[in-house]
Write a protein that binds this ligand. Sequence first.
Ligand code: GDP
Length: 327
Amino acid sequence: MITVAELADGVRADKRAVLARAITLVESRRPDHQALAQELLLAVTPGPDAPIATRVGITGVPGVGKSTTIEALGNHLISLGHKVAVLAVDPSSTRSGGSILGDKTRMGTLAVNPRAYIRPSPTSGTLGGVAKATRETMVLMEAAGFDVILVETVGVGQSEVTVANMVDTFTFLTLARTGDQLQGIKKGVLELADVVAVNKADGDHVVEARVAARELSSALRLIHPRGSLWRPPVLTQSAVEGTGIPEFWDAVLRHRSTLQEAGEFDRRRRQQQVDWTWTMVRDAILGRVEHSDGVRSVRFGVEASVQDGSLTPALAAQRILDAFDGR
Ligand code: GDP
């Protein structure tokens, strides 16, 4: 059995086999593994003077070019001397049993680069479980010296909000849409985005992409009024040609330094830690309620009563809470 101290040393030395074991440990749902994982995370948590990695979220519908962008961006960052970790949050992989994101074959040149590490989405459990594992993996990657962490997600349910809450800069990739097509973009994602990029601005689509970027920019001005600390830029890029990728990274750095200068960066990170704490409390309570003997014994009947209309949802919720016996 490898000890926690050995795991911590191996992670800090960026020994890939040890890193992989450490990540498997934080992803495990076994209580004894979870206890060890927390010891390990404490052991590798850096002091206050340690360099701070840049955490970037990347979202967009399937096919928009997330993996192509990550590959181009990752290679660009490595050429600048960075070490790049790619993680994915894809709760749908829980159902399909396999991760569609973070798939190494989709980022071929990055996957084989020793200064990169690509980890597919954990496939265990709920979005809460996936998010917890990803956040903890992020801590391990930073301890191993990765100074840029890219977290990829698709816009399913709450996953965008979850990822936005674990990164410093949240980016949204989209395609050239104008006029009515703009309506198709979820308003929520525009509210979360710190940087927006219209991808596939190449070949015959360059002009179209620029027009779309201008329209999106106007739409964003309504969300972020003049005087806001940061107004998200809308860029155009071609991930396959690599054009616009350095500018994309510059925008991320500008966002970071703007927040830092205003003291907002540290405040956000601290708040994220507190929010994460409460998210785990809520998830744990819900788990206890759902699995308690008392709730299990009434659950079927209460759900049936809600379905046939003989109980209102509010009364049903009360019944369930009354049945919760803490066990
Ligand atoms: P993801 O599902 O968002 O990860 O999208 P992918 O990165 O897998 O890209 C989906 C498809 O779009 C692939 O066939 C890519 O080659 C293509 N693609 C990605 N980026 C670009 C781009 O900038 N320009 C063009 N023309 N095609 C692209």
